[in-house]
Design a protein around this ligand. Structure first.
Ligand code: ZN
Ligand code: ZN
Length: 249
């Protein structure tokens, strides 16, 4: 399996990341990547840029840098049980890709039922394309209910390279083995991302690749393994986000 997209990366606008978008794109250009998603943290993350208009202003950036297509994205914080988020639908509807995540500094710890309600709420909003790092043991989940919601709403679950390496969100790998087995059985898509906070981590997907191989996960369900499939997924999700915005009005 050759992964050609990194769908989760951060720049200095996230507050605790260290590289610029040019540095990330240049680093991506030195790898096999064909697409790079720029997904800075939403404003509820301490230190992240409060001026959310930078998410929209990504459209002044070139379509391609160093031969790598740039996807304009965000990693929003899920802030409540109804899937409340920290970036408005008006902005999210216009991006290329939206990751929705639970972070320990932006929402309190809770039981599996509550955490699953939070994620399912965000999935049902139509505004989230990818659930970020769902394997995190800090936020236990009802994996079957989550996978069913992703199936119904055609949302992907992320296999996060940083989480797979054991230092950040330790224990994620074991949880992801269970989630991947459910995704495989239910034909639910997964996305791949480095979660780079420094340019040298951009395109680093080795731990993800190893896990996908080890679990015999089908390439056809991996968003980021084939360019045409990724483009189709993004087009479908962009329509869903725009429809969600219209319904919200
Ligand atoms: Zn995150
Ligand atoms: Zn992240």
């Amino acid at each position: 399996m050759e992964l050609i997209a990194d769908l989760h990366t951060h720049t200095v606008l996230s507050g605790h990341a260290f590289s610029t978008i040019r540095e990330n794109a240049q680093a991506a250009g030195k790898t096999k990547l064909r697409m790079l998603a720029n997904t800075d943290h939403g404003p509820a993350m301490p230190g992240a840029s409060q001026a959310v208009y930078h998410f929209l202003n990504q459209f002044i950036l070139p379509e391609e840098i160093e031969g790598v297509r740039l996807l304009r994205g965000a990693e929003v914080n899920i802030l409540g049980d109804e899937g409340r988020m920290d970036v408005s639908p008006e902005i999210l509807a216009r991006l290329d890709v939206v990751i929705g995540s639970l972070h320990d500094v932006t929402i309190e710890q809770a039981d599996a039922a509550t955490n699953t309600d939070r994620l399912v709420g965000a999935i049902e909003s139509g505004l989230v394309d990818i659930v970020g790092h769902p394997g995190n043991p800090y936020f236990p989940l009802e994996a079957e209910r989550l996978v069913q919601a992703c199936k119904r709403y055609e949302v992907a679950l992320e296999v996060n390279n940083t989480s797979m390496m054991g230092r950040v969100r330790p224990g994620s790998r074991d949880n992801m083995i269970q989630i991947l087995s459910l995704c495989k059985a239910e034909q639910v898509m997964v996305s791949v991302g480095s979660d780079a906070h420094w340019m040298d981590q951009v395109g680093r997907l080795d731990a993800v690749e190893t896990l996908l191989l080890e679990t015999g996960f089908p390439e056809s369900l991996v968003i980021g393994a084939e360019e045409g499939q990724l483009t189709d997924f993004l087009a479908m999700r962009s329509e869903r986000r725009q429809a969600a915005l219209k319904a919200d009005r």
